[in-house]
Design a binder for this molecule. Sequence first.
Ligand code: CA
Length: 395
Amino acid sequence: MRHLLFSALAVSLALALPAQGRAAGFAACVDGLKRAAGKAGIRQSVVREALGIAEPDARVLRLSTVQPERRIPIWDYLAFVVDDQRVREGKAAMRKHGATLRRAEKRYGVNRHVIAAIWGVETDYGKTAGRNFLPHALATLTCRGGRREAFWRRELLAALRIVNARDLPLAKLYGSWAGAFGQTQFMPTTYRRLAVDFDGDGRKDLVSSVPDALGSAANYLRRAGWRTGQPRLIEVRVPGGYRGPEGRKRKAALDSWASRGLERTDGRRLGGKLRAGLLRPAGPDGPAFLTFRNFDALYAYNHAETYALAVAHLADRLAGRGPFRAAWPTDDPGLSRLERRRLQELLIAGGYDPGEPDGKIGPKSRAAIREAEKNLGLPVTGRAARRLYRALGGR
Ligand code: CA
């Protein structure tokens, strides 16, 4: 669960202050947070250790105001989020934690492939849960001012309450810059509401306990309205020139979709009373899906249709189903994480500077890609994609 899109204005105002005044303002604000935590019953030792900080967290300030260069196309996003490596490692993780997943499926009624897919998309099965110290990050976001101050303050107090309840030591409170943490990335208030002790050791530990993390994700989905045994999405073919209703929320019975000429791409008959909405994430020329109530539960986990689509698709892949039948409307498809890393290596070998070859495509990689595209006479996109990859000798 991530929280994005805050006004950059407050930060630019804060940064305009002389350094000394800024530090004093921050210290006074943190003192106020310490008093609030004391009033909320947090032990003084926890308050002192958590909030013994003198300055805002520079990285959090930077990350919270970075404007994404532009939305990346959905085929790029899905190519690296649901790549063969994540499917392979997900199957291995499911074998290793099979007993836990089956138990969570039984207790919460949520399909085990879906639970594993959330885990895979959120933190790559527990490998990348974030490295920001939450009290520092959340104090920074609270004390920079801005319209979401009360939101951050609530999350900070919730994080301290988790420590106060001895579910987690302070040293485990590391996560995203925006406060989501643990193997299934809960915000602190969500953690307090919905985390479960699924391994029965008396503590809710979504950081180190795989059973607690997976059980909690399943509990979240159940509370978000998951319906046991119902589908998430199915891929469909839409008749040419279709002009009917569209969108996740504009649901109709499968029978009614069939009467509008839609067909399943897997050859099975489309029909019944279950309700679904028609989602065409890349418009009329790309893959089309009917999405059900359970897709909305995935959407509730992290408010983006692309995210819900990635989780639903990864779950299908983990269950042994293939890629989407329809192609995305592009002649320059996206790359897997392995290929992204390989592309960076090829750029370095070609004399460009994309930064560390880590598979992450940041501003430096994008600049190197644009430069290479220009030199090779290719359309300049700045994307890590197949055309440049091939042109540089990738296979
Ligand atoms: Ca536990």
